[in-house]
Design a protein around this ligand. Structure first.
Ligand code: G4P
Length: 282
């Protein structure tokens, strides 16, 4: 992280704007809280990526939240391209003072340079590929393997710079690690898979209980169950038994996490603006 911090700071003078990708399902946990201090007063856009996987109502709340903090924000789906047509126009809006400054210096046509930052697996490669064309950047399919410092010409007088190094989130808060493990941003090995699935159920029950009930055909009263009992019930409903008739909870846990990550349970957001202890530098 120290190396990445240094590299970001070294490259800052070269760029006009920082585009920070975050995961719309976990907008707090997928941010690095050091970033605002790192980039100082450089113009900054927040890109809420993976909006297609998140709860649309909560995404709208997040958008309003960032707006209220005078933080430019754009909702994106890097898989389908939804929201992308607004990217360049919004960059130009954010950079209005900078564009006026360039014009005054007789440099009106100068290429705008954008640094793209984000934690692993947030969709940085997908975002850059979509803007720059698939031939320019290769999508990494494992967390943490996004390439080094590279520039991509995306047309219309704009260049993107992929962040050198890897910007890790902050794991000091246990919840951050859990939420990133639920979404698959970090490997399952931080917790055993059953504990992770039980924690996920405990997080989903208060707000998304009805999605669980619909997906796993749960009987009324499931809301009062503890996480482990609920995991057993879900496994039972799916016929996941081991010899002797007990539920294969490990299989049930793997299935639950896989279905959550593939949006089979539904579009879910785990963090809301009103409950988020967000860093001051928003
Ligand atoms: P990174 O460079 O930040 O590490 O992330 P990358 O683009 O490799 O994306 C990580 C995973 O997230 C990929 O899935 C990618 O397809 C998916 N992804 C990125 N943005 C979006 C989005 O807006 N919506 C949805 N639904 N998915 C997104 P993968 O399973 O690793 O690969 P694959 O499904 O592309 O084969």
């Amino acid at each position: 992280m120290a190396k990445t911090r240094r590299q970001i700071q070294q490259n800052l003078p070269l760029i006009d704007l920082v585009a920070e990708l975050i995961d719309a399902r976990v907008p707090v946990s997928s941010r690095n809280p050091e970033l605002p201090a790192l980039i100082g007063n450089k113009p900054h856009m927040v890109l809420l990526n993976k909006c297609d996987m998140a709860d649309a109502d909560v995404t709208a709340q997040w958008s309003a939240y960032f707006d209220a903090h005078q933080q430019s924000v754009l909702c994106l789906d890097s898989k389908s391209g939804k929201g992308f047509s607004q990217f360049i126009p919004q960059v130009k809006t954010v950079l209005t003072p900078r564009l006026a400054q360039l014009q005054a210096k007789g440099m009106a046509g100068r290429t705008l340079r954008i640094m793209v930052v984000g934690i692993p697996n947030v969709g940085k490669s997908s975002f850059i590929n979509r803007l720059a064309g698939a031939s320019r950047a290769k999508v990494a399919n494992r967390p943490g393997v996004t390439r080094g410092n590279q520039w991509f010409l995306i047309g219309k007088g704009v260049e993107l710079m992929d962040t050198p190094g890897v910007l890790w989130p902050k794991f000091e808060d246990q919840r951050v690690g859990e939420h990133l493990a639920f979404t698959g941003a970090i490997k399952d090995s931080i917790l055993d898979i059953e504990t992770l699935a039980v924690r996920l159920l405990e997080c989903l029950l208060p707000r998304y209980g009805q999605l669980l009930a619909a997906r796993y055909k749960l009987e009324p009263g499931f809301e009062q169950m503890e996480g482990y009992a609920l995991l057993c019930e879900i496994g039972r409903r799916r016929g996941m038994k081991i010899s002797g008739g007990d539920v294969d909870t490990e299989r049930a846990a793997a299935m639950l996490l896989e279905e959550f990550r593939n949006v089979k349970i539904g579009r879910i957001t785990l963090e809301r603006p009103e409950e988020a202890a967000i860093n001051a530098g928003l």
